[in-house]
Write a protein of this length. Structure first.
Lengths: 50, 148
């Protein structure tokens, strides 16, 4: 993107084109969930029914 | 008398340009965890089911065998995808210090506050719906350049 604060950018999305004003740019850690085993995994121990 | 047809050579795909896969340390760790899970736990478990099902005889109407084989193909495909992404990964830590000129411009990992017709929003990495918190680096929003 290479824009900096004060720049005006054009976002050409499929629906419409939007004009955005960049107000502030910071670099901070981005929160991310850790990998979790999918619920239907074959390697998960099978729970026996009642 | 029929002549033997020559074996066909495998069709090799042209090597395309290798794109860099910019990724955060946490993102790379997540890919590695999934890769390790599929390779060391999920695949062996599915292989065990398939080999048990194969031992039961007639494979053509054996659902455990057929679905197990299909699941194996899906797992292998995902493992290949993850391997490529991990190999092409270029780790960029958004929290790392950078020169002042780069710290105020939008590159991968930036958290951007912007204003549109509705009002101020916040987005990191930037997609079509700008209300999203995170957007892909290859999305339309991430490829914006200042208007001249």
């Amino acid at each position: 993107m290479k824009a900096s604060p004060g720049d005006r950018v054009d976002l050409r999305a499929p629906g419409k084109t939007e004009r955005l004003d960049v107000i502030n740019v910071v670099y901070a850690p981005i929160p991310m969930d850790p990998f979790r085993e999918p619920p239907g995994a074959e390697s998960k121990p099978k729970v026996e029914g009642p | 008398m029929r002549t033997k047809r020559p074996l066909r050579e495998p069709v090799r795909e042209e090597a395309g340009p290798r794109l860099k896969n910019y990724i955060t340390p946490a993102g790379l760790q997540r890919l590695k965890d999934e890769h390790r899970f599929l390779l060391s736990r999920e695949r062996p478990a599915v292989v065990a089911v398939v080999s048990w099902a194969a031992g039961n005889g007639d494979r053509s109407e054996n659902a455990d065998y057929l679905y197990g084989k299909r699941r194996l193909r899906q797992i292998d495909s995902r493992i290949r995808f993850l391997t490529q992404r991990i190999d092409a990964a270029v780790v960029v830590d958004p929290a790392a210090s950078r020169p002042r000129s780069a710290a105020t411009r939008v590159f991968f990992g930036a958290t951007v506050t912007y204003k549109d017709a509705v009002g101020p929003n916040m987005s990191s990495r930037s997609s079509a719906s700008m209300r999203w918190t995170s957007i892909a680096v290859t999305s339309a929003g991430a490829r914006l350049s200042p208007m001249r």
